[in-house]
Ligand binder design. Structure first.
Ligand SMILES: [Zn+2]
Length: 67
């Protein structure tokens, strides 16, 4: 499931137990081991992009090299 934290940013939580900690290697919940569906991951990333766009946040902005 996806919900918004108090700052308005989307957060991904486990469908089964509601926990927000995931093993990023395997995309499974730390608490109960439920895998995160790819569709859920896509929806989360989309929500995050929308949030960043709305806030004017640039993620991984290119930086000058060697400066
Ligand atoms: Zn879980």
């Amino acid at each position: 499931m996806i919900f918004n934290n108090p700052g308005g940013a989307p957060e991904l939580a486990c469908e089964s137990c509601g926990c927000r900690w995931f093993d990023r290697q395997t995309n499974t919940c730390y608490e109960c081991g439920t895998p995160v569906p790819q569709a859920e991951m896509d929806a989360y990333l989309k929500a995050l992009q929308d949030f960043h766009a709305a806030k004017g946040i640039v993620v991984n902005a290119p930086r000058g090299r060697g400066e």
